[in-house]
Design a protein around this ligand. Sequence first.
Ligand code: NAD
Length: 486
Amino acid sequence: MRTVLNFIDGHPVAGSLGRMFDNISPGDGSLLGRVYEAGADDVDQAVAAARAALHGHWGSLDIPERAAMLHAVAAEIERRFDDFVEAEVADTGKPASLARHLDIPRGAANFRIFADMVRNVPAESFEMRAPDGARVLNYAIRRPKGVIAVVCPWNLPLLLMTWKVGPALACGNTVVVKPSEETPSTATLLGEVMKAAGVPDGVYNVVHGFGPGSAGEFLTRHPGVDAITFTGETTTGSAIMKAAADGVRGVSFELGGKNPAIVFADADLEAAVEGTARSVFANCGQVCLGTERVYVERPLFDRFVAALKQRAEALRPGDPHDPGTSLGPLISRQHREKVLSYYRQAVEDGAEVVTGGGIPAMPSALAGGAWIQPTIWTGLDDSSRVVREEIFGPCCHIRPFDSEAEAVRLANDTPYGLAAAVWTRDLSRAHRMAGVLNVGICWINSWFLRDLRTPFGGARQSGIGREGGVHSLEFYTELTNVCVRL
Ligand code: NAD
């Protein structure tokens, strides 16, 4: 059994509480290991170490040197690729093929892309005349914002954490990371990588624990934290925003969603079914950008439902290391209870269960895991909680529509605004739709394809701010305008 430690000031540490919590395998319910919980004193130490590193070597490094070090971090992640895959698969139960193709490569890419970006940021400058005719040069310089708290969810642990840590460090900040209590392992492993890559002690720190009354709250309330970047549920975002109000700290939030896919009758049916199946069932539906509402133009409706049903039923849950496995478990039995409550609600609300709706029969070795059937419903009213609330499981409701205007109205009828996918061969219509859907990212005839230099984030209750490319700079740096009378 393994022990997961905090990582403070360049060292793995147990912490002051001497208390541990269990790290449970979602695949079979077994005890994977135990995790040392950080107390308020440990969070203090981590923030102090991050502050010292900010004012020490890291803050004074030239950008090319800092960028080179982040490239070394990426290379070290790749050197320890199998360790990362193993840790991520153990914590999440996801198929190893997914971790190999998505989570871990993106973990490395998140350091490379931002290292390259900060080397290529143009500076703003303006020349003007003072009232007496003297020339005046204005130019803006970017400085690191300071100590950044990075609070992460469990669905794509390394990928989403490095999506924040990469740009934060590239911009010269130092970080204290609070990974999800469900998936602690890769954050601590990244500490080892930082050390091996020569990143100075204190630049990257990890404190383990929970949210309220634990490391998450201690960190986000800490007066030594200059800004908070958070990915997780909208209600948690709201709690963190209150904590950030003291000291008027900046926040960047990537929150929940209830994302629509809109399939027009002229769509390439095969591509639309394939893309929608991925967006509903990938990572067992635990992707913030995933689809939970599908709207299909009426002439295509029956064929689409039948084809998506076939895809759902072809998914194979099982051992993550078996190459034939295409569906992992949910993150925990507790989360499964939540998802199953929506499965029951759908039936109570009069849904037709097209497929799934329960727990699959699994071999006895995996029976203790958080397995769940991929599920499709039709026939729900637009007011059903199942159609309105984020479920975060491998499920969707499919509803017919009769006009473009109706599709837009239905898609936008949500407090969320993260992502949408539009499937049509009519490109004029696709562009029209993208212009009126109230979302942070709109896919046309695709899903989960994105250049990391583009803005990422959600509208409405799906987030605050945008990260990605130069947009990350806006959050992770402060601008100082320098005004020089020449
Ligand atoms: P969560 O909000 O329950 O937890 C996220 C993190 O916040 C965890 O580390 C948790 O310990 C911590 N936390 C909880 N309460 C806290 C508090 N009061 N103060 C400080 N920290 C606190 O989210 P989750 O269940 O881990 O992840 C799933 C959610 O994340 C879904 O809603 C999903 O849509 C969202 N998500 C969004 C994006 C995006 O980019 N928009 C990406 C991935 C996941």
